[in-house]
Design a protein around this ligand. Sequence first.
Ligand code: HPA
Length: 256
Amino acid sequence: MSEDNKKIAIIGGTGLTSLKNLEITRREIAMTPYGEASSPLAYGCLNNGASQSTEVVFLARHGHAHTMPPHMVNYRANIRALKEAGVTDIIAVNAVGGIRNDMLPGSLVIPDQIIDYTTRRINTFYEKNLNHVTHIDFSYPYSAELSQQIIDSAEEEKIKLIRGGTYAATEGPRLETAAEIQRLKRDGCDIVGMTGMPEAALARELAIDYASICVNANWAAGLSDEPITMEAIEKNVENGLAQVRQLIAAVIENCH
Ligand code: HPA
């Protein structure tokens, strides 16, 4: 697909219910065969020079008022709504806990692998009324091209990020036990979050390129002497998000 035909969506996670530099032109409630998307789709132009005329779509994963916990998000409705809006590329923003020792709170990571530990989420569109059974190739869950565009834009903007890492998707909503984190570490996971799956797989099923910017919110359970509090999570996410906003604007600028 030529760059001109790209339509980029941002799925905002914890702390990112809107983009300050997104000039919203319209909001549409998105109803799909799977139900309503988490928030209205906000259409707009990112306010940074050349991309003025480029429409992007923003969806708040946890609802506009951040009231929907990760295990209650209607991932199928969200991805289907974005597909119906003509979206070709999704940049997902996910808050995570750091497992690997360089995943400091506040730092940004572009993951390149996922292990799915979720247990009770509907994780496919290929369920009923099938002409034939379909198995998508999910060897590489994130779009290498879109991830590289994010990495290149970060370099231009002098934004530090960690390239690559394995994302453990847990069910939540509780945080993990220290022993669970040790298991994830043995499994080769570098970060842990509750929203990466089934979102990434559903995007692949609908042939949407998908990449993630993860914001380290805390050291994962048992890896620090500090208790994990919502206040600390929110503070670290907010610090990381200042850079995420700048990065997303640059990626969109560079994609057009
Ligand atoms: N675990 C799971 N999800 C998270 C965490 C965590 O430590 N921090 C932010 N999201």
